[in-house]
Design a binder for this molecule. Sequence first.
Ligand SMILES: NC(=O)c1ccc[n+]([C@@H]2O[C@H](COP(=O)([O-])OP(=O)(O)OC[C@H]3O[C@@H](n4cnc5c(N)ncnc54)[C@H](O)[C@@H]3O)[C@@H](O)[C@H]2O)c1
Ligand SMILES: [Zn+2]
Length: 354
Amino acid sequence: MNSVRSTSWRKELKSHIREKSLVFLLADSNLPDSYSMDIMKVCKIKNKTHLLKIKGGEQIKTHQHLIKIYNELDVVGADRKSVLICLGGGTISDLGGFAASTYKRGIDLVILPTTVVGMVDAAIGGKNGINLESNVGILKNQIGTFHQPKLTGIDFKWLDSLPQDEIKSGWGEMLKHALLKGGSHLEQLKNAEPNIASLAPLIIESGNIKEGIVRRDVKENGERVLLNLGHTVGHAIESLELDASTESEIKHGIAVAWGIVFTLEVSVIKMGFNDAMAKELIKWIVDIIGYREKMWGSKEIWLKMCKDKKNINGNVKDVLLRNPGDVDWSFTWEREEFTILWEQFRKRYELTSC
Ligand SMILES: NC(=O)c1ccc[n+]([C@@H]2O[C@H](COP(=O)([O-])OP(=O)(O)OC[C@H]3O[C@@H](n4cnc5c(N)ncnc54)[C@H](O)[C@@H]3O)[C@@H](O)[C@H]2O)c1
Ligand SMILES: [Zn+2]
């Protein structure tokens, strides 16, 4: 994996674009204009540049948005020596990364993440993609490639404008990394508040945890699958909310945090995870994310889980924990057992059932 992650993004960016025929900046239009102007200033010194703004959010991970980017790349004359820079959260880098990996069979990619989710997770490891509208509704990240960014540039100043609920969403992915790692990193996260001042010192280390796993298994032939902790149920919840297209669409990291709460409960039963420790972790998580007004039923969740990318030969796979830092990724669900456990879980955490 030949990818640089750096907080000295100006210096690194200058050196990465030096030989490029065109710099195509794909920026989230929800960001203050000063962010993209700043980057354009760095690039314009020596390069031909083009700026395309798209409003970030899960709804942009579609083939229609992908085609809009291809067309724009074509109109401005981007060639194989061009570079695509993504400035935004995980939805901008998933969509833009996929465009960069497929346009003219692949052009260079730079990611400048502006969310916590992006900084600790989405901008690392080279996965990109869009969602699929299937006969069971929207399915997350079903179409995509592996295409490593040449550079991931981090600037904590970009987080100044990030709304509080997006910070909590980033905390959800940091929680995943902390449970995968265990030890002092988990303790530090437990002692942190879900705000930028408190989380910033842990962001680089959280990203390092992901990077370490990815470097050992770039194409997810084994160990990388453990980064799906909390995502089997998390993606199912997220997809169901997208189908319903409610105003209160759940944030990715919050869906993952719910997936982790369920995983901890199941891990006690299936993996002998310490019950008292699980209860303590669950209380900490739920105090931060709050109870759900409505939790989806086991039937709907199961239908989405049946389409999860991890599944093999129709078996619904999941990632469980024996301990923080000790992960099992060979677990297979039986529908009946899932139904019983999910319905119990749902009653505990759904406000209308309490
Ligand atoms: N490829 C991967 O490895 C990977 C890993 C984790 C998550 N993901 C994907 O990432 C997506 C979630 O990423 P996300 O949480 O960054 O979502 P996002 O890109 O939708 O950003 C969240 C919201 O914050 C806004 N925003 C972004 N940066 C901002 C800033 N600095 N100031 C103000 N507003 C800002 C966006 O416009 C959006 O409304 C999901 O689609 C998930 O599947 C991918
Ligand atoms: Zn995730």
